[in-house]
Design a protein around this ligand. Structure first.
Ligand code: GLC
Ligand code: CA
Length: 517
């Protein structure tokens, strides 16, 4: 019998490196800063970290424009620091995943610099180049992530190049076999160093239509199904991309323990999401964006059942509600309501599969409105407040001092720090805090839901109550504004988000042992 994968029933912690802990006074978080504070993570009980991009980058998109896939960004430290982090985390039973960006490189990457030097350049075909349309305009109607044309004219060589994100993020041409060889080497480089896996950026990207056909108009304005009024039928989710993951999975499985591939699979279609698991021969984990964007809590019960039904048997679902693009769930899902924040953590941490917390989720950090003059994200500068990404990237609040324990008091952090009231130090010793609740839930999760994939079954309950059985547990969440009785199967109550009334208070949730009914 092979052991269950470590990510079944696990908790991953997305750590936005630039915003967690600045160790050297430049206002940016860094790797030595992470090592300093690893005890917070082992105390919280997480199984693994996903570090936002750590590789060298000109930072037009804060690391998602990589100029060297086997290096470490000098602002974050050295490769020796990263090795030390992997070792120190490992000593605490915590695995480290890196962020890999295979859809595009930085335009400063040596491959692109060479590709741009001439039509016959060695690396020309590593990128997507196209001649002007017959009328001299852009090759097709594809749009980038800001809504402008995804094509940039390159006068020196008389062709356009493709950028599905910013012009400094040049799309890779996955039809070129040498690109596959490069990425095999990159994967092996990091796996050999003890990296536990990758979060794969724009995992639905990679291949583009060979004929570069126009994208059709969108059927709905929904962000998950469309991009500025287009369905990205030809510029993303191409069938050939699955072949890349089949190869990468073989590479990952060749290691002991197997390395983990977690895809940023941006789709509103659960069948498309499921397709990235393949026949248990592609990604082991795929982010579920329909859940991220659901109305909390009302849309969750049905959506979770639909997810379970859509995934292939044995596939491990992934639950997350905050990240560096979409902002924080205490704001988006819960509108800052304490009871709702507590209920959301209870649900996230009791669903079978892998739960990914974003730094600050554990203390209920909310989005921070960053004034225009302090905004740092070029991609969403000037966009509507809900699209701006800086709001969810502000420094971790370690304590209530002006610098928040993120950096020294004399240093200006790269983004403003949120309100002092929500901080680790105050919550750590308060048994009623969000942090104490979160830690208790992580603990129960590890004890009851790890070591294999637990099931999920709705349980009959009073109107307005969402109850489910998973592993040995019964979870009940009162979605209504009025008190409700506990489900009949409720045994010993292990965690309560509310005050301990006899039943379930409004927006209250419980985790209990499950009794036969
Ligand atoms: C992903 C990242 C996002 C980045 C984009 C382009 O969506 O999460 O931050 O801007 O890819 O790399
Ligand atoms: Ca620093």
């Amino acid at each position: 019998m092979t052991a269950a994968p470590w990510w079944h029933g696990a908790v991953l912690y997305q750590l936005y490196v630039r915003s967690w802990r600045d160790s050297n006074g430049d206002g940016y978080g860094d790797i030595p800063g992470i090592i300093d504070r690893l005890d917070h993570l082992s105390w919280l009980g997480v199984d693994g970290l996903w570090l936002s991009p750590t590789m060298p980058s000109p930072d037009v998109d804060w690391g998602y424009d990589i100029s060297d896939y086997t290096g470490v960004h000098p602002e974050f430290g050295t490769i020796g620091d990263l090795d030390a982090l992997i070792a120190e985390a490992g000593r605490r039973g915590i695995r480290v995943l890196l962020d890999l960006v295979p859809n595009h490189t930085s335009s400063a990457h040596p491959w692109f610099v060479d590709a741009a030097s001439g039509r016959d350049a060695e690396h020309r075909d590593y990128y997507v180049w196209a001649d002007p349309a017959p009328d001299g305009g852009v090759p097709n109607n594809w749009l980038d992530s800001t809504g402008r044309s995804a094509w940039q004219w390159h006068p020196a060589t008389g062709q356009y190049y493709l950028h599905n994100y910013l012009p400094g993020q040049t799309d890779i041409n996955w039809w070129e076999q040498r690109v596959h060889d490069e990425f095999r080497r990159i994967l092996e480089f990091w796996f050999d160093r003890g990296v536990a896996g990758f979060r794969i950026d724009v995992a639905h990207g990679l291949y583009k239509d060979a004929e570069l056909r126009d994208n059709p108009p969108a059927l709905t304005p929904d962000d998950l199904a469309s991009r500025f009024g287009q369905r990205t039928v030809y510029s993303a989710h191409r069938p050939e991309t699955h072949g890349v993951y089949r190869v990468w999975r073989k590479i990952a499985d060749g290691y002991a323990p197997p390395r983990l591939l977690l895809g940023e699979t941006w789709t509103g279609d659960l069948a498309a999401l499921a397709s990235y698991y393949g026949n248990d021969d592609e990604l082991q984990l795929s982010f579920n964006f329909p859940v991220v964007f659901a109305e909390f809590p009302d849309e969750l019960p049905d959506l979770i059942e639909q997810t379970m039904a859509a995934l292939p048997p044995g596939a491990c679902p992934v639950w997350t509600a905050s990240n560096h693009d979409v902002g924080r769930f205490p704001s988006r899902w819960c509108h800052g309501e304490p009871a709702s924040i507590r209920l959301a953590l209870l649900v996230l941490l009791t669903l079978p599969g892998t739960t990914v917390l974003y730094y600050g989720d554990e203390i209920g950090m909310t989005d921070v409105a960053v004034p225009a003059e302090l905004q740092r994200d070029a991609m969403t500068r000037g966009a509507s407040p809900q699209r701006q990404r800086d709001r969810g990237r502000t420094p971790m609040r370690w304590n209530d001092t002006p610098a928040g324990g993120f950096c020294e008091p004399s240093v200006t952090p790269w983004l403003p720090i949120g309100p002092a009231e929500v901080n680790v130090a105050d919550q750590r010793h308060d048994p009623g805090s969000v942090l104490s609740l979160c830690r208790r839930l992580v603990d129960v999760r590890r004890a009851e839901l790890s070591g294999g994939l637990a099931g999920y079954q709705r349980v009959k309950s009073a109107p307005g109550v969402w109850a489910y059985a998973t592993g040995s547990l019964l979870v009940a969440a009162n979605l209504a504004a009025t008190p409700a009785p506990l489900p009949a199967q409720t045994g010993e109550i292990l965690v309560r988000t509310g005050r301990g009334a006899p039943g379930l208070g409004p927006a209250e949730g419980i985790v209990a042992r499950r009794q036969a009914d």
